[in-house]
Design a protein around this ligand. Structure first.
Ligand code: NAD
Length: 359
């Protein structure tokens, strides 16, 4: 099969880790007789430097015309000026909106050999296998009005937390659908004791729960959820939540796995829901551009390589190929291969070499 993949390596360690993922994809393509055509575009700080904007219309159009997008990371101190008219993160938000990817999936599994890399006690980490699904295109990050102005001589700022029923329904459908292939439990996280938008969220979650009697649904307030992620993370299966709560909880959950460098993510649109027209997925590691280690060749490439596996699974429906990559990574970690963030000494390239040996 032939697939066109747009690469957005971005800034900092982004290009280093995306390069490693393409090495893995090339080997998978050869093994299974697929063709992965890569086209590379600028996004983030590098695009601001070259074109004066974090995402050009052309780059977005190229992403839309491909089968999937693999992103490294964007940002860095060079583009941190709060008064700048464009920032790398704006490109990311525009890309998500432009591709219509409304659900961000972050699987968090703790590899038994890495339990000691996590700050949590080992007994808490046994059997942790969580899929966090964060709503990505609504809520506080996009709601209007969003502005700052002077009112009666005082500075005033407002953000708006808004959701339509259909935005909640489609992400709930996805959560329940994905729970069917897992431990059949959905935890819907909200703040329904305080927020009206959360009461709508809870109402729709309950409706979708009623339509899926084979799946256990629990409602949890976001403050309780953040506590349980640390005290009893193995009690979760699928967590589904709105944009800002998800932003915070996914970073908290990443701590369980020992290093930011280990975890992948997939951002999906309607294609994630069966029987609907296919849409493009956006795949990226959960970490940022790590300016502190950029250019040194020591970044952990695993999060990006596992993101490529998610791309094969969700956008291309190549389950065997996805599992091949995941098993190779699992085996490589079990064999003791470690980058610096995991207490080892392997370079980015050497870590990938070890994974390639296990493919
Ligand atoms: P970060 O994730 O870049 O780094 C946090 C820490 O984790 C650093 O010590 C870094 O060295 C380490 N780390 C991250 N990825 C690693 C990897 N693959 N291997 C080894 N170590 C790794 O977060 P930050 O420092 O808060 O942000 C740096 C820049 O990245 C900022 O400009 C921020 O806005 C941006 N950022 C971008 C994204 C994105 O592109 N999606 C996400 C988060 C942060």
């Amino acid at each position: 099969m032939n697939f066109k993949i747009t690469l957005l390596p971005g800034d900092g360690i982004g290009p280093e880790v995306v390069h490693e993922a393409t090495r893995v994809l090339d080997v998978v393509a050869k093994k299974y007789n697929h063709t992965f055509c890569f086209q590379e575009r600028l996004m983030g700080g590098c695009s601001i430097d070259k074109y004066g904007t974090s995402l050009t219309d052309e780059a977005l159009a190229d992403c839309k015309s491909s089968d999937a997008v693999l992103l490294g990371a964007v940002g860095g101190p060079k583009w941190d000026d709060p008064n700048a008219k464009d920032r790398p993160e704006r490109g990311l938000l525009a890309l998500r909106k432009g591709l219509g990817v409304f659900a961000n999936l972050r699987p968090v599994k703790v590899h038994p050999a890495l339990i000691d890399s996590s700050p949590l006690k080992p007994e808490k980490l046994k059997d942790v296998d969580i899929l966090v699904i964060r709503e990505l295109t609504g809520g506080l990050y996009f709601g209007q009005p969003k502005m700052r102005e002077m009112r009666d001589g005082k500075q005033y700022a407002v953000d708006t937390l808004e959701y339509f029923d259909y935005e909640i329904k489609r992400i709930m459908d996805l959560a329940f659908d994905l729970a069917k292939g897992r431990k059949k439990k959905v935890t819907s996280v909200d703040k329904a004791n305080v927020l009206e938008s959360s009461r709508l969220w809870r109402q729709i979650a309950s409706n979708v729960g009623t339509a899926n009697p084979g799946i256990q649904l629990e409602h949890t307030l976001v403050d309780t959820a953040s506590m349980k992620l640390i005290t009893s993370p193995a009690s979760f299966d699928v967590i589904v939540t709105e944009n800002m709560f998800g932003d915070i909880l996914t970073d908290e959950a990443s701590v369980l796995a020992g290093s930011m460098g280990m975890l992948p993510s997939a951002s999906l649109g309607e294609s994630a829901v069966p029987e609907k027209e296919a849409r493009i997925g956006l795949y990226e590691p959960i970490h940022g551009s790590a300016p502190d280690i950029a250019g040194r060749g020591i970044a952990n490439p695993v999060g990006t390589i596992l993101s490529a596996a998610l791309m094969l699974r969700h956008s291309f429906k190549l389950e065997d190929e996805a599992q091949l990559i995941e098993n190779a990574v699992y085996q490589t970690i079990a064999d003791g291969a470690r980058t610096v963030d995991l207490g080892g000494a392997l370079t980015t390239c050497e870590m990938t070499d070890e994974i390639l040996k296990n493919l």
